[in-house]
Ligand binder design. Structure first.
Ligand code: 13P
Ligand code: SF4
Length: 343
């Protein structure tokens, strides 16, 4: 099947462009024209003006972002149409608007600047664009949050509380100055004076990283004192702040790649990526922090549905196309363009 895919790719030339996230399997990564973290993939999708068909080997919000950033004549297709992101699904426009109304009651009108992690629905990006806010990825969260904190407003950070907390803490915001909004109970929690709240964290999380527990981290540290532990900032603060480094998937790859032979790393992120790091760096010692860190949604993309997507294109069947409606895209692009300009 991979040979068939390669043949079709040759036939289609520049008309076709296959993007893959670092969490994809080796099989898919080998077939992709570009592989990257969310920031890199968004930038590449925006730059490509030739491809009529962009196949996104990743999850739904990534294909949505690519659709927003590409031209009208370009179609973005997702091979596994049910590959979603449970964290992105933890926030939607209606609940974000409800939260905003609550925050206006609590802190006053026009006091809140919403910023969303790119791992979110297009309608949440549009919500942020609508209120003058923006988007971050794990690759630029520090830069963009720093900008946000300088805007003289309280930030509402959606949907990943862990990335928000870890990044804000590194920028000097104290834990007491961070509020949490429980989107299920529609309740706001904070432990300081109202005037001291700097950031409100939406209560979402990525189950792949959130459930890497303290015991797992402590045991890895105790049993491997000569290893550096590096992890993704979607991990909880309790372990992220004790790690030797944290950053996007691109950051994790570069840390390992650029280290001298014999270096030792324990990496806390999705298993497909760590398995590839182990394979690609035979001169280094690499282990996964938690072997249960598997994103089932990322794993839904396979050679079979990639092949079927190519067959669909030939037949003129675009049922796998991801389309963001024009009004949502118009607001979301404002938020995304601010991010790309700042990063
Ligand atoms: P990055 O590749 O941008 O670090 O994102 C990780 C992730 O969880 C994507 O779903
Ligand atoms: Fe979503 Fe987490 Fe999977 Fe990334 S790894 S797609 S954030 S569930």
């Amino acid at each position: 099947m991979t040979d068939e895919i390669k043949k079709i790719k040759e036939e289609m030339g520049d008309e076709l462009f296959i993007l893959a996230h670092h969490y994809q399997t080796d099989e898919i990564v080998a077939l992709a024209d570009a592989v990257g973290d969310s920031l890199k993939l968004a930038q590449i999708a925006k730059l490509n003006k030739k491809a009529k068909y962009i196949i996104f080997c990743g999850v739904h919000f990534m294909a949505e972002t690519a659709d927003i950033l590409t031209e009208d004549y370009q179609r973005v297709l997702l091979p596994a149409t049910d590959a979603g992101c449970p964290m992105a699904d933890m926030a939607d426009k209606a609940s974000a608007e409800k939260c905003m109304a609550k925050l206006a009651e609590e802190f006053g009108e026009n006091k809140i600047l919403p910023i969303t992690y790119v791992n979110s629905k297009a309608e949440v990006k549009a919500f942020c664009g609508n209120y003058g806010g923006t988007v971050v990825t794990s690759g630029n969260a520090d830069k963009i949050l720093k900008w946000g904190l300088g805007q003289n407003k309280i930030i509402l950070f959606l949907p990943d509380q862990n990335l928000g907390r870890n990044t804000a803490y590194d920028l000097g915001v104290k834990l007491e100055e961070m509020a949490v909004y429980d989107q299920i109970r529609e309740k706001l929690y904070y432990n300081c004076k109202k005037e001291d709240v700097k950031i409100i964290l939406w209560g979402g999380y990525c189950h792949v990283h959130h459930f890497i527990m303290d015991e797992t981290f402590d045991e890895a540290r105790k049993n491997n004192p000569d290893y550096k532990i590096i992890l993704h900032p979607e991990c909880r603060y309790d372990i992220a702040e004790r790690a030797d480094g944290k950053g996007s998937t691109e950051y994790l790859i570069n840390q390992v790649k650029n280290a001298p032979a014999g270096s030792k790393f324990i990496v806390g992120t999705e298993k497909n990526l760590v398995d590839r790091l182990i394979k690609d760096n035979p001169d280094k010692n690499i282990k996964i922090l938690d072997s249960k860190s598997i994103c089932r949604n990322m794993n839904k993309v396979a050679a079979e549905n990639l092949f079927e997507t190519l067959e669909d294109i030939k037949k003129g069947d675009f049922s796998r196309q991801v389309v963001v409606d024009k009004e949502t895209a118009k607001q979301a692009v404002k938020a995304l363009d601010t991010m790309l300009a700042l990063s």
